[in-house]
Design a protein around this ligand. Structure first.
Ligand code: GLN
Length: 471
């Protein structure tokens, strides 16, 4: 087994025992990047020199016995996260040449524990997309089959882990952007409870949905990264004090009948999912189907509210303060209009217009207020299920990774792919995608677990049990 495809704890043992150096480790990831990144397009920028210098420094720290908890953990970060002195483009032309003046809390906490940031990863523009085809810097290709998409919006982050170009990635998830590409690429993706990880330094898409979390090969590594990045930093007023963890003998599992019977669900995914349910029963879990009559309201609620929030969040990109600026505007209004037309891609423009529409005086109550009310109903009903059960499980996605270009002509088809992942964001609960084997053409499938707010611990325990064979 190569050094890179092992849980960090094992790598650390070797580092501490002097059997492996951080420098060697970093070089092995750089080798993978050199070999595959040109084709896969997962990294937009690689911090090669910096990573090598830092590796040597961390090797010294290990020798001196003063290394942090993540010493030598090689991390890639999604292009939506700020890293001081480095570019963050949000996958968009409008931020072309932008450099962050500070680091996101999650990034800083990794650095403080001696992790190494190896580069900036491709994503859908501002996180808006499900296939990474909405990046201004080109699509990311799936390492399992390059004719297929990586999933999105954290596509570069998932493929980088899948192809061994970094040990873990930090992605973001507003409606599935960590879990969906993780499922499409056969890796692990964790979206934490809303309010557990600070959003400081995350370029906002929809602020009441956005969360930051890890994409990894192993559940244990997702747990480790979460443990380092979580918790208050005084910069994000939506952070809350975590509720104490449940004990780990939580054995009641629900699946939503409307999900399992959904016409969009690929038969092979359905049978793989049913095999997982059988596995859970064999492990002594009580597995029951429950009704969730709001299944058809999930996507409309998500897309009304996230477009509304994004139309407001993206108002700041106007060519005045930073990023792209149109060069031949005659007046200020022209400058705004031309800059935004040139800088934003088609999907981002579509969402800003949709969001502006649902927030407009005449339609505010009919769409925005209504969607807020439905969000509360969905949240209440979800929490009600989680009162009776410890977990809600589902396939992460209804199909395996699409072929490149397959969904780009019809945005509604693209949005439908988010059906199983948006519930966690609408309700603010945590979600985890773990690998569920491959379909007959070799494309990965994902199994999703969701649980009550702040109960990541039991969710990761179960995720670990279900993927034990991988370690
Ligand atoms: N595909 C969803 C969207 O386009 C989710 C994106 C995300 O989680 N950032 O909104």
């Amino acid at each position: 087994m190569s050094n890179s495809i092992q849980p960090y704890a094992k790598i650390r043992e070797k580092l501490v025992a002097g059997q492996l150096s951080v420098l060697t480790l970093v070089k092995s990831y750089l080798d993978q990047i050199h070999a595959h990144n040109k084709a896969l397009n997962a990294f937009l920028e690689v911090y090669e020199e910096e990573a090598l210098i830092r590796a040597a420094q961390i090797d010294e720290k290990i020798k001196a016995g003063s290394a942090g908890r993540l010493a030598g953990l090689v991390v890639g970060i999604k292009d939506l996260l700020c890293y001081e002195g480095h570019h963050s483009y949000a996958g968009s032309k409008i931020l072309d040449s932008f450099k962050s003046t500070f680091s996101a809390t999650a990034v800083q906490r990794l650095l403080d524990e001696d992790a190494i940031i190896i580069g900036r990863q491709n994503c859908d523009e501002f996180g808006m997309g499900s296939t990474n085809e909405n990046s201004a810097y080109g699509p990311v290709l799936n390492y399992a089959n390059q004719a297929h998409v990586a999933g999105g919006s954290s596509g570069g982050s998932a493929v980088a882990v899948q192809a061994g170009m970094c040990h873990v990635s930090l992605g973001t998830d507003t409606g599935g952007s960590i879990r969906m590409p993780a499922a499409f690429c056969g890796v692990v993706g964790l979206k934490p409870t809303y309010g557990l990880v600070s959003r400081w330094g995350l370029i906002a898409y929809a602020s009441s949905f956005d969360s930051i979390g890890p994409i990894t090969n192993f559940v244990a590594d997702a747990r480790l990264v979460l443990d380092v990045i979580k918790g208050d930093d005084g910069q994000d007023s939506t952070l809350v004090d975590p509720i104490p963890a449940k004990k780990s003998d939580s054995k009641r599992v629900a699946y939503i009948k409307e999900v399992v019977d959904h016409p969009s669900l690929q038969p092979e995914i359905k049978s793989a999912f049913e095999r997982k349910l059988a596995e859970l029963r064999d492990l002594g879990y009580v597995v029951e189907g429950v009704d969730f009559p709001y299944i058809d309201q999930l996507l409309p609620t998500y897309y009304v509210l996230t477009t509304a929030e994004s139309s407001s969040n993206l108002a700041r990109f106007d060519g005045v303060k930073y990023g792209h600026r149109n060069q031949d505007a005659g007046d200020l209004m022209q400058l705004y209009k031309r800059t935004r037309k040139e800088g934003f891609g088609e999907e981002v423009q579509r969402r800003i217009m949709l969001g502006t529409f649902v927030l407009s005086a005449d339609y505010y109550d009919a769409y925005y207020t209504k969607a807020q009310k439905v969000r509360r109903l969905i949240q209440d009903m979800t929490l009600d299920i989680l009162h009776k059960f410890d977990f809600i499980v589902s396939p992460t996605t209804s199909s395996t990774a699409y072929r490149i270009g397959e969904k780009t002509l019809d945005p509604i088809q693209m949005y439908l792919g988010d059906l199983f992942t948006v519930q966690a964001n609408v309700a603010g609960i945590p979600g985890l995608s773990v690998p569920m084997g491959v379909d007959s053409s070799g494309m990965p499938m994902g199994f999703q677990l969701m649980t009550s707010p702040f109960q990541e611990g039991i969710m990761l325990d179960l995720g670990e049990k279900l993927t034990k064979h991988a370690e």
